[in-house]
Design a protein around this ligand. Sequence first.
Ligand code: B1H
Length: 830
Amino acid sequence: EGFGERKAKAERMFSLMDGFLKNDPFSLQKDILHHVEYTMARSRFSFDDYEAYQALAHSVRDRLIERWHDTHIYFKKTKSKRLYFLSLEFLMGRSLSNSVINLGIQDQYAEALNQLGFEFEVLAEQEGDASLGNGGLARFSACQMDSLATLDYPAWGYGLRYEYGLFRQIIVDGFQHEQPDYWLNFGNPWEIERIHVTYEVKFNGTVEEVDMNGEKVKVWIPGETVEAVAYDNPIPGYGTKNTINLRLWAAKPSNQFDLEAYNTGDYINSIVNRQNTEAISNVLYPDDRSHQGKEMRLKQQYFFVSASLQDIIRRFKEAHNNFDELPEQVALHLNDTHPSLSIAEIMRILVDEEHLGWSKAWNIVNKIFSFTTHTVVAEGLEKIPVDLLGSLLPRHLQILYEINSNFMEELKKKIGLDYNRLSRMSIIEEGAVKSIRMANLSIVCSHTVNGVSKVHSNTLKTKTFKDFYELWPEKFQYTTNGVTQRRWIVVSNPSLCALLSKWLGTEAWIRNADLLTGLRDHVDNTSFRHEWKMVKRLNKMRLAEYIETMSGVKVSLDAMFDVQVKRIHEYKRQLLNIFGIIHRYDCLKNMDKNDRRKVVPRVCIIGGKAAPGYEIAKKIIKLCHAVAEKVNNDADIGDLLKLVFIPDYNVSVAELVIPGADLSQHISTAGHEASGTGSMKFLMNGCLLLATADGSTVEIIEELGSDNLFLFGAKVEEVAELREKGGALKVPLQFARVLRMVRDGYFGDKDYFQSLCDTVEVGNDFYLLGSDFGSYLEAQAAADKAFVEPDKWIKMSILSAAASGRFSSDRTIREYAERTWKIDPCQCPF
Ligand code: B1H
């Protein structure tokens, strides 16, 4: 069959299909009903909201597929350089609203559903979150995918299709319990299973030397084989037809049977063993920011890396007959060190399978990788025990040794025999447990090392990776993180979205967030301010209803909604927040009735998950509940103070909470939050920040001015000094008093809280809660003072949103594309 014939055949088929799907409300209804009947196989006249959601989702998916196809045909035709974004975590959340908004058919769908007697928003609530990640790193990956699609970059995301996403948090008696998130239970309409796109991934075995044309070459004889199956998740851009792909891998047993077992008749056991291999993509590791040398985690990483690289190399080879052009055609991005086995794997492919020779392969490999590190402290860096790696991936271990010995030789030529420095920079760590330092590997083999904020980058250069910075200053860059305004305003805050477009006179800010600065022109306009206030009120109402259903606590809309939502960590200092609340409660109790009337009422909202093995974090959650129990039931206090813990904080909960916040807290000990992206979402939604000068807050201040947020606490340099002195020698009396109350069992569970209190006792207070407490209370008082001047508060709120443009992930992605990946936009024209 020649090209002409194939084309004619395709055109004939396309006309049989009646062209592309149509998006008028009538056609949408027909399609939805078609899916009710034929996809869901439900009777026309009886289907519930969930089934209606599923049918609706399938009709949206059909539209995504059309664009996905055209985008990929076009990328292929133009032979543009591709970015492959490799990440073990993506927190996509829900897809329905985001998809119809980005496809530009939101109104048509709303009308179509109305005519069928459904409401779009109600059906959207039926969708569960895709929680294939832990926290900031994973949500940032999702925001970047949205920006890559919107800005027309020829990019692919690669990840793992965990069957169990991040655990569901339930609270029993104030304690966190973890429940499995078996999110695929009812099917996932947003993915396309590609049963024909599969690759074999091998593990274990031995390496042998064989003679090939007179040369000795190393050959890996693997022991176990697992198959990787592709699941594609279309990611639509906004205001463009481009729809890119997020390809997630699932493990399934390979068809390579264990012949031995069959022959010996152990049929049942051999099937059971086959099924164990599926376990590789079973479950997401729930530890945000800590690494343990676990075998399954290493298997996951290699499984992911091997399948992705086979896919990437196959695609490259379809259009090229040698590897010379690989660096001009392919950019591989390592999202933290988690996918950094890619380096050894691609060397193995080029050297062992493609027979390129080591130095030729190395010249290619060191031009294609870039690396973003999200870590601050050296102890947080990922290490893999050599023994573990050697038994699972024996050939890769040899390759890593060779990369390291070449690097060490090169380094000796540059710095001489400074053995201390050589051993610090080595990819191999000697010691009790000999390990591979994945960060050193990533730095050595990448052309660019990115930090995620200005402060973070300085820490990397002066502390964490100082030795490497001195060797290769040009490699070190920073690209401040960002978040997508499509998800964090358009999807999550429709009333603000409408208000912004009205007063900016355009919807163009949805693709160009810099236009938000235009809001500054209207801050003095009273009707604008009034409308702004009404939008906030509406969102507070939504949040208040949610709080009441979740916790039974009724909150007053006149109170200041003060929110801290993020993973629970000692360095993020939720405990500082709780201590502040206890102090506030204590003050209220000791006030006479007249003075109480002057107090600004507060609703303190805390939410976040603790890693299952993180005892102290779990105690913080329990303390929050204990304090809430006392405060919320105290008749003296009433509406003046409420404390609510929002369980199971995730992307869809964030969409509800963030727009309803008046104040939000980002109060990590300075120098510990690499970037922080939650603050950016709050900023976009006109929420004021109460923050330390840490991570991206430093850059937020540059945009916003320090008068428009409540800043407190030790600066990065001061933290270092304080630590040298062994922490604060004297802490405020109020702090000691609060600590005493908890220790004395004022909130119950006296024994249980002692070890928590120990962590902030003078001399032991690593995260400096005591020394920052005084200025924290001052910042809180300043917030109270501003809140009673509504005009001033609203102006600050407007200025916050107006300053958020720089924190759009569109800016982040453009910087990466131009400076690091060197890729160009490629917009599908038809
Ligand atoms: C961040 C992680 C992380 N930094 C290991 N490191 C993980 C490390 O499963 N693991 O093994 C998972 C996550 N996540 C966060 O990245 C930073 O703490 C934030 O400050 C930053 O905003 C975010 C995105 O850059």
